[in-house]
Design a protein around this ligand. Sequence first.
Ligand SMILES: C[S@@+](CC[C@H](N)C(=O)[O-])C[C@H]1O[C@@H](n2cnc3c(N)ncnc32)[C@H](O)[C@@H]1O
Length: 133
Amino acid sequence: MSSSRRRRRRRSRRSRKERVRWIQHYNNGQKILLVGEGDFSFSACLATAFRSAVNMVATSLHSQELLRVKHWTSEAELQTLERLGCLILHEVDVYGMGYHPTLSRMKFDVVIFNFPHAGHFYGFCEGDEELIE
Ligand SMILES: C[S@@+](CC[C@H](N)C(=O)[O-])C[C@H]1O[C@@H](n2cnc3c(N)ncnc32)[C@H](O)[C@@H]1O
């Protein structure tokens, strides 16, 4: 094989590796912060589709111990995220994340909070206007 052909093949292999992967609104080049994750399945799914999570920070309101009790399936999802290089943070409350020691020093292109739900208020239903802004 000629050296120029070898060079071309190497270049095309490199560009394939660095290809931007889009999944709906998101791509693997964006710095993505996920808050209010439940069992971390969404984060793990996104990371798997991107084949990397080095640009992702996935967070949960719960401690790791409580997460294990509430969402036992999270263990496998967390393993996937760790393998793909995700930074995982527990006990992150969206109301105080501006003061979080790690998050406050970072910048993000996208913040994702899927199906936000902060619990029930006594006497109200989810559809009540007082709860919907
Ligand atoms: C309906 S679940 C959605 C979970 C996940 N985002 C998903 O799409 O599968 C609502 C989530 O919001 C989280 N949550 C509620 N209040 C929060 C807060 N103040 N800060 C961060 N997360 C919160 C809960 O822990 C819960 O996991």
